[in-house]
Each structure stands twice: as C-alpha cells, then as structure tokens.
Design a protein around this ligand. Structure first.
Ligand SMILES: NC(=O)c1ccc[n+]([C@@H]2O[C@H](COP(=O)([O-])OP(=O)(O)OC[C@H]3O[C@@H](n4cnc5c(N)ncnc54)[C@H](O)[C@@H]3O)[C@@H](O)[C@H]2O)c1
Ligand SMILES: [Fe+2]
Length: 392
C-alpha cells in the first residue's frame, strides 16, 4: 500500500475530557453502541458527550464475535435516532458491531452485500465515527475493517474499506482496568499477533514497520506486568497504546498466516480471537521462516531476524535467532497463562479430526492468506492445524 490511514487518536491523561472539544458544534445527537457488560461503564463518556451538547442514546445489543444480524439491528437504532456521531464503546466486538451498523446506517441499501475495498461507500454523509476501546487487543479503534460472523456458514466475514477507518479514537487506560487476567492475557497476545503478522505481511511498508516493531517490544515488556497486577495503571496504559500502535501498523499492512489460522479455529471452536491467535502464532512463524517466500514478498527470515534483534535477541545464526524469538513468544504465553495448543484449549482430538476439512476450507478462503509471505495450502495447512492441536 502506498498511503497511510489513521484516525485522530487522543491518548494520555485527560483524553476523555478533551473529547468534548473535538465533538462540540459537530451535531446534536449521538448513539453509543456497546454490550451488556460494558454498558455499566459508560457514565464518564456519556457525561462528556452530553456536556458537548449532545443527546445520547445507548444501545447495548452488541455481542461477542458479532453476527451480521446484530449489526443490522444496530443500524435500525441508528436509522431511528439519526445521530451525527456513532460511538463504538467496548472490545473489538462492540466496536466492530458499531462500525458495521454505521455503514448500514449510511448505506441501508447495502444490506446483505459484501463490503469490500472497491465498493463506493462515501460514508459520513450522516455521521462520524468515534471508537473508545476497553480491551487492549484488536486495534479495531483505528483499523479499516469490521469482523463479523456469518452464523449460517460458521465463518468470519470481513467488512473492509478505507472509509471505515474511524474519525476519532479515544484511549483511556482506566477503562481497561476492570479486565480480568484471562481477558488481559488473550487480548494482549492478539496485539503481538498483529505486530508480527503486520511486520511480515506481503503489504508491509516503512510506515507500518516502525509501528509493528514498537508494538512488539511494548507487549513483551508490559503484558506480563498488566497480567500480574491489573491495577498497574502504567502497564494498562502501555498495553492500550501498544494495541492501538499495532492497529495502526497492521491496519496499514494487514495481518497474515496466524490470523488466517486463528479465524478459522476461532469460528469453528468458539475460541476467543486473541487466544486463537496466540496458539497459531508460533506455528505460523515456524512455517513462514522455513518456506520459500512468494514472488515480491518480503523475506520472512530477514524480517524475523530484524524483529528478534529489536526485542533484544542479538546473538546467534539467523535460524537460532528466529527460534529464540518464537521461544520468547511461547515463554510469554506460558507466563501469562495462555494455552500453547488447541489441545490445551480443551479441543479434543475427535473435534480436531472431524473439523479438519472445515478448518482448511475456512483458512484457504481467509483474506489473510493473500498477505502471508509464502504459500500455505493443502497438506502444509493440514499439518499446521495438526501441530497447533498437538502442541510442542
Ligand atoms: N476490526 C478489527 O480490526 C479487528 C481486529 C482483530 C480482531 N477483531 C475482532 O474483535 C473481536 C474480539 O475483540 P476483543 O478481543 O476486544 O474482545 P470482545 O470485544 O469480544 O470482548 C470480550 C468480552 O470482554 C468484555 N470486556 C470488554 N472490555 C472489558 C473490560 N474493560 N473489563 C471487563 N470486561 C470487558 C466484553 O464485554 C466481552 O464480554 C473478534 O470478533 C475479532 O474477530 C477485529
Ligand atoms: Fe487479531
């Protein structure tokens, strides 16, 4: 890609208060889309938006791994209330629900049609989009995609378009303080998956590289601290920044193999997104570093050696460094209590064998396969799923 997409990102102390100034004079009605857990934490945000002169309607119908139907229900609320701002408040699921609802509010005639980069969208005729993330994981607050689940075909469906990049993202670390350790860990590993996939992607650029490298370093340093002590505000803030930095990185280069494998395993076995990415990541890196790259793709060996050096692995042959980088990821996952295999994530051998054809089918179709730096299909793909199940 030869452009860089980003919303305005408000971060650091007082970010929520500064939001009022951004919104003032830009409308009179706002709809906040969230879920039934996070609706209890909307007070401070709602107060700020009201002070900026808005009537605020809250819709808490978002669900984890949102379906297209849920987004459609959200769009009907928007069509009814006619806001000038749509606010996605919560984890990636709530933000993606809000993004998709916003698209269908602006363009209701697109219901049931694929939302892909070449469609003429022309959003913002009715409303702007604000995201307020409460997990430190997906980077959905700054990316150009919304991941929905097609419940009929049991697969993730992606709304992807440059217009979907939010106008504003507000980072307030206090909103992430209530995350239990398990959620902190699984969403935090997603950040690492974004950074490493984004750095090794076929579509990496000088711009995305810097963001991805910085996010990797921050996750290794701050995720264990955030998991050990959830009340450590500095660790929370660093992880929230890392998630958005990785979001800006992969949002401009796309993710790759670990995400293709994770989307397929996550959709079939209902494993939380970040956890599925964490399981897939080490195997995907072993695969790309031992397979010849596709034409015009960056060399995964060179990429992973540079990443390894950047996070402090500064001795050994290229393959040694890559192995130690992968081990560093596994050590982090052990430290924060994340499973290293599908077996450890309670998927039985039977479920694995019975699901294999579906896993391969879904992964083959996943858009992240196009940005993976080497080809991965057929028996290679099956073997990767077998390895992901069995573990090291
Ligand atoms: N749009 C993108 O760029 C993008 C990128 C990666 C993943 N995704 C998608 O995002 C979704 C995953 O999002 P996620 O990992 O943020 O989790 P999530 O949004 O699914 O949330 C998981 C659970 O955590 C709760 N939660 C959220 N914030 C909390 C807090 N501060 N304290 C306590 N509980 C809290 C939610 O209510 C929910 O029950 C998946 O559907 C995935 O496919 C989107
Ligand atoms: Fe992800």
């Amino acid at each position: 890609m030869s452009y860089f997409l980003s919303p305005k990102v408000l971060f650091g102390k007082g970010s929520l208060k500064r939001l009022g100034t951004e919104m003032e004079g830009k409308g009179s009605r706002a709809v906040l889309i969230t879920d039934k857990t996070m609706v209890r934490h909307t007070d401070r945000l709602v107060e700020t938006v009201k002070k900026a002169g808005f009537l605020v309607k809250i819709w808490d119908g978002a669900e984890q791994d949102p379906s297209i139907d849920v987004a459609l229900a959200g769009s009907r609320v928007l069509l009814d209330f006619e806001p000038q701002w749509v606010i996605g408040f919560g984890g990636g699921s709530a933000i993606d629900t809000a993004k998709a609802a916003w698209v269908l509010y602006e363009r209701p005639e697109l219901e049931g049609k694929p939302i892909l980069p070449k469609v003429e969208l022309n959003l913002r005729k009715k409303a702007r989009f604000l995201s307020v993330p409460t997990t430190s994981g997906t980077g959905a607050d700054v990316t150009w995609v919304a991941v929905l689940t097609d419940t009929v075909n049991q697969q993730k469906q992606i709304f992807a378009h440059n217009d979907i990049v939010p106008d504003l993202s507000v980072l307030d670390a206090e909103l992430t303080m209530g995350m239990p350790k398990e959620l902190t860990a699984s969403t935090g590993i997603d950040v690492l998956g974004h950074a490493v996939d984004g750095y090794t992607s076929k579509q990496q650029t000088d711009f995305s590289d810097g963001l991805c490298l910085q996010a990797m370093k921050m996750v290794f340093e701050w995720l264990p601290k955030a998991c050990r002590d959830g009340s450590d505000l500095m660790a929370r803030e660093k992880m929230q920044n890392a998630a958005t930095i990785a979001g800006l990185g992969f949002g401009n280069s796309n993710t790759g193999l670990s995400h293709a494998l994770a989307h397929s395993a996550g959709a079939l076995y209902h494993i939380p997104h970040g956890r599925a990415v964490g399981i897939a990541l080490p195997y995907s890196l072993e695969y790309i570093s031992s397979t010849p790259p596709s034409p015009k793709a960056p060399d995964p060996v060179e990429r992973l050696v540079t990443a390894a050096k950047f996070v402090g692995i500064d001795a050994g042959s290229d393959q040694d460094r890559i192995q130690r980088f992968i081990e560093k990821i596994r050590d982090l996952e052990r430290e924060i209590g994340e499973p290293l295999s599908l077996k450890e994530a309670a998927i039985t051998e039977n479920q694995m064998n019975e699901g294999m054809d579906t896993l391969v089918h879904l992964a083959n179709k996943d858009p992240n396969m196009f940005t993976t730096p080497c080809e991965c299909k057929g028996e290679n793909l099956r073997q990767l799923f077998r390895d992901m199940w069995k573990g090291v």
